[in-house]
Design a protein around this ligand. Structure first.
Ligand code: GSH
Length: 228
């Protein structure tokens, strides 16, 4: 198989890339990497010494592609399918890139700060940094809630890159910082993301690993409607 994806089933950044692969039924070989195991992670470290996943290896084109956003752009160009992941017109494309950065920088990375704090050694936590991250996520939630009024998917057009970014970012962020009950648009958007078949499959495949996650995952898996 020409495409290999180095990944872990719990990894939010990997979820983002895998959603895009599933959207178009793009064939790929998933290579599950245990970063704590020298043998398991050797190939990934050889390709990308930072040892962050996802990393896509395309032997046919002799390309190594890191960063979930870039992987999605790469797939869109070289392995296109029915779901166009980036809009073709320039005006919509820059907006999609901007909102992809928004979800990565102000939801996803902030969520990782909070989750990461649970994994730090006792006494080495960063309570101040965690509070800052929560404030940023709350601001982002407010922006999403206002922005999603009248929209089905993030850009207001077809499902694509930004929705791939939003899915795992909101999934894990909602565990760390629950949505406000009044944030109807945000909650409904999150529900649509979770029932999209590509992401529902990613979540289903992650389920056996959720016990390794340091916070309770069940509320995010349940329907937002049920949790009201
Ligand atoms: N900006 C990167 C983030 C990659 C990243 O941080 N991946 C995490 C998993 S979500 C990882 O590799 N963590 C392992 C570690 O930091 O040791 C992307 O979007 O792909």
């Amino acid at each position: 198989m020409t495409l290999k994806l180095y990944y872990h089933p719990l990894s939010s950044s990997c979820h983002k890339a895998i959603i895009a692969l599933y959207e178009n039924g793009t064939p790929f070989e998933p290579i599950l990497v245990n970063l704590g195991d020298e043998e398991s992670s050797r190939e990934l470290r050889g390709l990308w010494p930072l040892a962050k996943f996802p990393v896509l290896r395309d032997d046919a084109r002799d390309c190594t592609v890191a960063e979930a956003t870039t992987i999605i752009e790469y797939l869109d160009v070289y392995y296109p399918g029915a779901t166009k992941l980036l809009p073709a017109d320039t005006q919509s494309a820059w907006q999609a890139r901007m909102w992809d950065r928004f979800y990565d920088n102000y939801v996803h990375i902030q969520m990782q700060k909070i989750v990461g704090d649970h994994l730090r050694p006792a006494g080495a936590g960063d309570a101040f940094g965690v509070e800052q991250a929560k404030t940023t996520i709350r601001t982002a939630y407010g922006m999403i809630d206002a922005r999603m009024a009248g929209k089905k998917w993030a850009t207001g057009g077809a499902y694509g890159l930004v929705d791939c970014a939003a899915s795992p970012a909101l999934f894990y962020a909602s565990i760390a910082v629950p949505f406000e009950p009044a944030q109807r648009q945000l909650r409904d958007y999150f529900e649509r993301l979770k029932t999209r078949p590509s992401y529902a499959r990613v979540l289903h495949e992650a389920e056996p690993y959720f016990n390794l996650f340091p916070m309770p995952v069940k509320p995010a898996l349940a329907s937002a409607r049920e949790s009201q």
